[in-house]
Design a protein around this ligand. Structure first.
Ligand code: SF4
Length: 472
């Protein structure tokens, strides 16, 4: 499973979220994920919102909550802020800060239109700092060895809001806050620092985002939805899809997304698929050169999108040859991304004599030993197959990425050379990249296996297939 999600705020429930005019840390997070989400949450058609529980999001909540409970259980003395409303909790938090309580848990801080609920407020010589507990790594990796690097934008922007409120309330003067991460390690975030040499500082990003979010909450500004890979887990997916399809929005073209859609609309004054189908690409590229428009859109990309704007049925761009072998293995893994744990390597084996068999390698316990045994079992099975007489099919680079991580964890199971040779083997085929994206086009906004299988008329035995349900 490889998912990007729209976070559900921990203590900010749907109804409160809809009716509140406060700007919260969750609003800023959501805006970084999808620029349209804020507007739709506040002003979108409620009857089109899907409020059914989502197993994957519930799982993340549960894991996040469990992690927070574990941290809090071992954190020493603290004061838990209680109250029936945010305003009452704010009053109690102010009282606790004025009394100089060392550590405050679940405090509510409010200043003007800003409302923050940092997990912890910690007293320091310069005042109170916000400390947020996260069930992910505390910073971005900057190199292949996984060494720690820069601040995570979506963490930093939330810490900025808490710090802004603390400064406005006179409880802090420095732009500094902390993340307590999945490994219980504390990461200091200097919010005046830039994310990179050409990027804005965390505080600059926060200020511009806060103003955008404010305008959307107040309905002073409206923006349009756009279909992209992050929409799958969003409760507004059906609603946004309906809008995009009804309006022939450019984002219904596979891989176009919101930012390219907005560039095309702004620079070429087009918003509909049929308008893109009719543009003069040569002239657009000449204008790009002369006026510096169409940032991030090269001629090849524009031509490809224009082509996608015209197709009505699936197209084969190149002949596809699959290896003729005695065994075909259709392979998929399932992992729990919240705990970086791989619990299933599933193979559907089809032999040339007509025999079909499902062969699972399962970690039956949540332990490193069980994970390693399941993985070693998979490799023992692969090594037992007649060389060059089998082909492996998988969908997306996720398997390769996860296997590289597993190899680092368990280097005695398989060497790096063997692992790379396995994926370099022309009989080991990533159907998504090598075949679907590389050699075909579809009249679909997603080239995911579910979208294509559904388009081709396939159905699932299980009515609600979900990797998250298999984690539980
Ligand atoms: S469905 Fe997509 S575009 Fe619509 S609000 Fe959700 S993430 Fe944004």
């Amino acid at each position: 499973m490889n998912l990007i999600l729209i976070k559900q705020p921990k203590r900010f429930l749907t109804k409160e979220r809809r009716n509140s005019m406060y700007i919260t840390a969750s609003n800023l997070y959501d805006y970084l994920q999808c620029k349209h989400r804020i507007w739709r949450d506040k002003h979108g058609p409620l009857d089109e919102r899907n409020d059914d529980p989502n197993p994957f999001i519930e799982l993340l909540w549960e894991k996040g909550l469990n992690h927070e409970r574990e941290i809090i259980a071992n954190i020493g003395e603290y004061l838990l802020i209680e109250g029936k409303t945010w305003e009452e909790k704010f009053k109690n938090t102010q009282k606790a800060m004025n009394e100089g309580i060392e550590l405050i848990y679940q405090g509510v801080i409010i200043a003007g239109e800003l409302l923050g609920i940092p997990d912890l407020l910690r007293k320091t010589p310069t005042g109170y700092v916000a400390v947020d507990i996260k069930s992910g790594r505390g910073s971005e990796c900057v190199d292949e060895e996984g060494d720690e690097g820069t601040m995570k934008k979506h963490y930093a922007i939330q810490l900025c809001l808490y710090t802004d409120v603390l400064i406005r309330l006179g409880h802090q003067s420095e732009r500094r806050a902390y993340i307590l991460d999945i490994n219980s390690e504390e990461h200091e975030y200097d919010l005046t620092e830039k994310f990179g040499p050409k990027s804005p500082s965390a505080w600059e990003l926060y200020e511009t985002t806060r103003e955008e979010v404010k305008a959307l909450i107040l309905n002073i500004r409206q923006n349009k939805p756009a279909l992209s890979s992050i929409c799958g887990l969003c409760r507004w997916y059906a609603s946004c899809k309906k809008w995009c399809e009804a309006n022939h929005d450019l984002s219904i073209l596979f891989n176009l997304g919101m930012s390219k859609r907005d560039v095309l609309t702004e620079d070429l004054e087009i918003s509909k698929v049929e308008e893109l189908a009719n543009i003069d690409v040569t002239k657009a590229m000449a204008d790009k050169k002369q006026f510096g428009i169409l940032k991030g859109i090269a001629e090849k990309t524009l031509t490809q999108f224009q082509h996608r704007a015209t197709i009505k049925t699936p197209e084969l761009k190149e002949d596809i040859y699959f290896p003729k072998v005695s065994k075909e293995l259709f392979f998929d893994i399932e992992d729990d991304p919240t705990q970086e744990f791989v619990y299933l390597h599933g193979v559907y084996e089809r032999s040339s004599d007509g025999k079909k068999e499902y062969i699972p390698f399962v970690a039956k316990e949540h332990t490193k030993t069980a994970e390693k045994e399941a993985w070693a079992g998979f490799w023992a099975y692969i090594n037992s197959l007649p060389k060059n007489e089998f082909a492996v099919y998988y969908y997306s680079p996720h398997e390769k990425t996860i296997y590289r991580k597993l190899r680092e964890l368990y280097p005695d199971v398989i060497s790096q050379t063997e692992l790379e040779a396995f994926f370099d083997n022309p009989n080991v085929i990533d159907l998504y990249n090598d075949v679907v994206r590389g050699k075909t086009e579809w009249p679909l906004s997603s080239y995911g296996v579910k979208a294509i299988a559904t388009y081709l008329g396939f159905k699932w035995r299980d009515e609600t297939p979900s990797g998250a349900l298999s984690i539980k």
